[in-house]
Design a binder for this molecule. Structure first.
Ligand code: ZN
Length: 74
């Protein structure tokens, strides 16, 4: 997996978030894998050998949590 640097993180989320309610990048979420609270804008993006891109926990690659493991705070 190769990390991709995203310049406009809100735009990337708008275009790639897999669910209906697109979060603001300033909102707080909790990663259920590493139990860390962080802001959406701190996410990382990784691309695999097939070219698929994954929105991941800021603690990646130490944490294997992705966007589906985000729990909204508040
Ligand atoms: Zn995590």
């Amino acid at each position: 997996m190769e990390e991709i640097i995203i310049i406009d993180k809100q735009k990337y989320i708008n275009e790639n978030y897999p669910f209906g309610n697109i979060p603001e990048i300033t909102s707080e979420i909790c990663c259920i894998h590493c139990d860390t609270i962080y802001k959406v804008e701190e996410y990382k993006v990784f691309r695999d050998e097939d070219g698929d891109e994954f929105i991941c926990c800021p603690n990646a690659p130490d944490c294997d949590g992705t966007v589906i493991d985000w729990i909204p705070i508040g």
